[in-house]
Each structure stands twice: as C-alpha cells, then as structure tokens.
Ligand binder design. Structure first.
Ligand code: ADP
Ligand code: ZN
Length: 517
C-alpha cells in the first residue's frame, strides 16, 4: 500500500479513493499548483486534508464558511489529526490552544477565515509557522461576477506570492469564465495542474419534455413510479400546493414545501421525507439544501430551473445510493420568458446579468439538445469523455431536419415588424391570418405575410421555442417581452450559417389546447 492509501484507510477510514481523488491527492502531495473542480459532495476536502498529512509543516486552509471549518476541524480531531481554526467564532481558549499547537509545531492543518488575511499581523504569523501548502476551498469566491464573491479572497494571490508555497484550489463551479478568473487571481495567470472529474452521475437518467399539459405530464411520470421517493420542483409556492394536492388525489403520499411555510412545518416535512419511504415532496428550490436521503428515486421539474448549474444540483439529489434514478424536466416558452425576466429585473450589475443569461442559455441548449443530453451537460462542465446510453436522446435519437428556412422566415417576420411583437402575432403573420390586429397594423401587406403555411400554429410555436432555446431570439424586457433577434441569429439570416431543428417536437406537437397547471 502507498503511504496515501495507508492514511486513507487508517485516518479517514475509507477503503478506496473515489473517482478522481487519487490523482488530485498525488499532485497536491507532490507540491504542484492544483485547481480541482469536483461536484458538491464529491469529496474535495480529502484532497487537501490527506496531502497535508503527507507533507511536512502546516497546511493553511482558507474557507468561506465558519460552520464548515469548525465541522471539518472537529472531524479531523476525532480522527486524531492536529487541526485548528482561527475564526471570529473562536473562544479565547480555542485561539490559545491553536497558537500553542502552532508554536509547538504540532499543528498539521490551520483553517483560517478569509477576513483574517486582511489583518496585517496574519502574514507575519503565517511566515513564522512554516506554512508549506495553501488550500483554498470554494475557490469560485474570487469571481467578482459569481454569486458568492468574497472580496477577501482577492488577497489569497498576494499570500501565495509572499509565502512562495504551492496552492491547491477547489471548487464545484465549472464554467469556463469562473475557472479563468480563478487562474488569474489565485495563480497570477500561470495555469495550474487542472483536474475536472466526477461530474457524471451515470445512474441518473436524463430527460426533458416540452410542456404541453404539465399537470398531466407530472402525474403520469409519478404514476409510473408509485411508491418511490421523489421530488417535484416548481417555480412558484402556489403551484407546489396545487400539485401536491393533485398527487394526493391521484393516490400518492405527497406534501408541499416552500420558503413561505412555518419553520416547524418545513422541518416536519424534511424529517418525514427523510424517514418515510415513497413520499413525494412538491417544492420550490428552498427544498434540498439539508436533504441527505440516499434513495430518492426520481426528481421532476414542473418548471424549468434557472440555470444549468441549478438543474445539475437539483437532479443530483436523486440516486445518491448509486441505484438507477430518473428525472424529467418540463420546459416551455413561458418558462424561458419568466427566467429571462427574473434576470433582467434583478438587481445584479449588468456583467453578472449577462453571465446569468449565459447560464440560462446553457440550460436551454440542453433542453433543445439534438444529441445525447449527458454529453451536452458534461461538456458544459468541461468533461469530454462521456459514456451515456442513459438519456432520452440516446434511448431514441430525435429526427433532425434543416430548419434554416423556417427560422429565416420567423426572423424576417420579427425584423419587418421592427421587433415589436410576441410570437402569437408573428405566427399570425407567418400563417397569413387576417386578424383585426393584422389589418389594423397593415401587416397583411408585408412580404412575410402567409409565407409559413407549410407549418401549422403548434409547429410554429415549437419552432419559436427552439429558436429561443438556441438563443436566436429573446424577449425584450423593455417591450413587454416582444421578441428581438440576437447576434447569434445574424449569420443564419444572412445565409452564412445553417441551423438544425428537431422534427419530433414539431411533428408531434399536440393538437388540443394546452391546459394550465
Ligand atoms: P465536498 O467538499 O466535495 O462537497 P466532502 O469533502 O464534504 O465533499 O465529502 C463528501 C462526503 O464524501 C463526506 O461525507 C466524505 O466523508 C465522503 N468521502 C470523501 N471521500 C471518500 C472516499 N474516498 N470514500 C468514501 N467516502 C468519501
Ligand atoms: Zn445520452
């Protein structure tokens, strides 16, 4: 057994490394600069804790959450490792004990809160105690446009330069911009050894469906899985209550959960879900943070999540035990409009807003994917070698057709009406419907009037939805959601690029009117 394996077993009590852990441990132990991107729950902490024990001197761990630090310190001490934390949550006695262990050269891991880095005395202290490795947990906190930006993280680069020791950064956030920012700010732009592993959850079946009768779609999905524990995520609190009711009426054990409930009721539902078999919780995204139930067999989204990261995290609650689990995500044009509006009407600075649009686009691209969902999803996270066979598109590859012509017709209708209209009116133009509004606006004289009769209304709706999914068109928040063309559409309009669309969602579009959930 290698020294690393011995420590893994004797100190941490694990029989084997998880996929990807051993490579990271080796690189960190060897003193390389490392950036490791692993999903939440993937076992990142071991990747700096174990090398800390293999190396001489002290490993400094910077982590944004005091509770998390204290937790890890407690667990390490229980395993017999000398670890301590310097945070604002310490009692004077705790702080004294940490200093004593440091002075005596006993301490192997010193956790410090990022705020401590701005105290002038810290650097001198860290120089003195023989730091040989800096580990940065939640490294995406250096990203100014991320959701967890921590200004104190910007000092870590300075610290690394001053101490001149290797640095290992860890995060679950994998998008390329965040990664680039981490490299820039923590490693002065010198690319570290980068590891990206473990994002695939091969036992989770991935599937999306266009929303046509959402309540019925969720009910049949649940009916096929009766007696299994599942979560249905909804976009609004009201919907969680209505859908839970509908599921109960269909004979399921179901309850709702959202942030507007009393804390006691929420806790009660959490405990029930944890203990009971076969309960369905219909919830907003408020549900899940503290849920650690290994045998959740399915997760359904009655509404589109807000980003590809949110999607990944939410479906990731299924099948933690490794046994087969299933997911279904419903999406429609209203979801896309709502999500765009939430971003545009939010208080975030413009740069962050465009990053949020990009995260939503990535999810829409996944929803409208033409090939394997898993490959599409993992490509976003940076994984390139993907084996699947466990998604709806691998099960039955969709038929694809060259949609350039209808897409150009739609774009032309949008431009000739000066980007002032929504899809309903635009489709009337394409179909040549002589509505009052068309007459009033004189749109029956447009060259685009009636050019799209080859498709019917439902088919055009599917085409518009796919165009939104490919980010060729976007609702304009300043014009009540009127559709505007994006830069991405320009080459198609000019005839310089071609676009594939899925035929199935167009051909099989339901004929009867959609029923609102
Ligand atoms: P992260 O920080 O990546 O979210 P953690 O480091 O908290 O994840 O690890 C998640 C869980 O996985 C912990 O309960 C940890 O004990 C466990 N774990 C980590 N590595 C292994 C391993 N090699 N074998 C079994 N369990 C592991
Ligand atoms: Zn697939």
């Amino acid at each position: 057994m290698s020294p690393a394996q011995t420590i893994l077993k004797d100190v941490f009590g694990f029989d084997a490394f998880r996929d990807g852990q051993d490579d990271v441990v080796q690189a960190v132990a060897a003193g390389q600069n490392v950036l490791a991107i692993m999903p939440t729950g993937g076992g990142k902490s071991l990747c700096f804790q174990l090398p800390a024990l293999l190396r001489d001197g002290v490993t400094v761990v910077i982590s944004p959450l005091i509770a998390l630090m204290r937790d890890q310190v407690r667990a390490l001490r229980e395993a017999g490792v000398e670890a301590g934390a310097l945070t604002s949550g310490n009692t004077p006695e705790e702080t004294d004990a940490v200093w004593e262990a440091l002075e005596a050269g006993r301490l192997k891991l010193l956790y410090i809160a990022p705020e401590r880095l701005s105290a002038g005395s810290s650097l001198g202290m860290l120089r003195r105690i023989g730091v040989n490795l800096i580990a940065v947990d939640e490294a995406h906190c250096v990203s100014q446009w991320g959701h967890d930006f921590r200004p104190d993280y910007l000092r870590i680069g300075e610290l690394r330069r001053a101490l001149n020791v290797p640095l290992a950064a860890f995060t679950a956030t994998a998008d390329a911009e965040t990664r680039a920012e981490i490299v820039e700010r923590l490693f002065d732009g010198q690319p570290p050894q980068t590891f990206l592993r473990g994002f695939d959850r091969p036992n989770i079946h991935l599937a999306f469906a266009a929303k046509n009768n959402p309540r019925q779609q969720i009910l049949s999905f649940a009916a096929a899985r009766k007696g299994q524990s599942g979560i249905v995520y909804c976009g609004t609190r009201a919907k969680t209550e209505a859908l839970a009711q509908a599921l109960r009426e269909a004979g399921h054990a179901a309850c709702h959960y959202h942030g507007g409930m009393e804390a006691d009721d929420r806790r009660h539902t959490e405990t029930r879900f944890q203990r009971e078999d076969g309960l369905i919780v219909v919830a907003t995204v408020a549900f899940g943070m503290g849920i650690d139930k290994p045998d959740i067999r399915w997760v359904a989204h009655a509404d589109l999540p807000k980003s590809i990261e949110a999607y990944y995290q939410e479906i990731g609650r299924a099948g933690r035990d490794g046994a087969p689990a299933e997911t279904l995500t419903l999406f429609g044009p209203d979801d896309i409009r709502l999500r765009r509006a939430q971003i545009d009407e939010g208080l975030a600075p413009p740069e962050r807003r465009s990053a949020d649009h990009a995260r939503l686009n990535a999810l829409l691209g996944l929803a409208e994917a033409l090939h394997c969902r898993r490959a599409t999803l993992l490509r976003y996270f940076g994984e390139t070698e993907v084996k699947c066979g466990n998604c709806d598109l691998c099960d039955s590859p969709p038929e694809i057709f060259d949609g350039t012509q209808p897409v150009r017709m739609a774009l032309s209708a949008i431009l000739r009406t000066e980007e002032w209209y929504g899809s309903g009116h635009l489709i009337d133009i394409l179909l040549g419907n002589l509505t009052d509004r068309i007459r009033e606006k004189g749109h029956d004289t447009l060259p685009t009037f009636g050019v799209g009769r080859e498709y019917d209304k439902r088919q055009w709706q599917a085409i518009f939805r796919q165009m939104m999914g490919h980010d060729l068109i976007r609702p304009n928040p300043d014009r009540h959601g009127a559709l505007q063309m994006t830069e991405a559409a320009r080459p198609i309009l000019r005839g310089e690029a071609q676009i594939d669309l899925r035929r199935d969602t167009i051909r099989d579009a339901p004929r009867r009117p959609a029923v609102k959930a």
